[in-house]
Design a binder for this molecule. Structure first.
Ligand code: 5GP
Ligand code: ZN
Length: 118
């Protein structure tokens, strides 16, 4: 837990959020500034990594949490709103335009996305 990490504060309930799904170790909630009709963030409840760069898959707990995050992605994309396709995104570092340094993935749906991304 990092005191000035927005996602740690959301997990702790200090900042309100609209939860979509959760497990013991993972929370999915709606992005405050949606880039699509459906924009969900999936985060580990514990601050195990700032991004995929420092996620250690040799650590069995971190590997399990990453798998749990993907499981939650599968759960939240089961509905009819996702039947036409969706996009999974992880912004990394400055060039990737990452703004919150707590491991997370974006699940976006509800419109046709451009490629390549801007
Ligand atoms: P990043 O830019 O790091 O890939 O993604 C961070 C995301 O967190 C952004 O899409 C931003 O809109 C979202 N975000 C930032 N602050 C808050 C907040 O307080 N609540 C929620 N629900 N989302 C937030
Ligand atoms: Zn955090």
């Amino acid at each position: 837990m990092s005191g000035d990490c927005i996602f740690c504060r959301i997990v702790a309930g200090e900042i309100p959020s609209q939860a979509v799904s959760e497990t013991d170790r993972v929370l999915a909630f709606r992005d405050i500034n949606p880039a699509a009709p459906h924009h969900i963030l999936v985060v580990p409840k514990r601050h195990i990594a700032d991004s995929l760069v420092d996620l250690n898959l040799d650590d069995s707990e971190q590997a399990d949490i990453w798998a749990e995050m993907i499981r939650v992605v599968q759960t939240v994309t089961k509905g009819v709103d996702f039947s036409n396709g969706w996009r999974l995104v992880s912004n990394i570092g400055d060039d990737g335009r990452q703004s919150v340094y707590h491991l997370h993935v974006h699940v976006l749906a509800g419109r046709l996305f451009g490629w390549p991304p801007g």
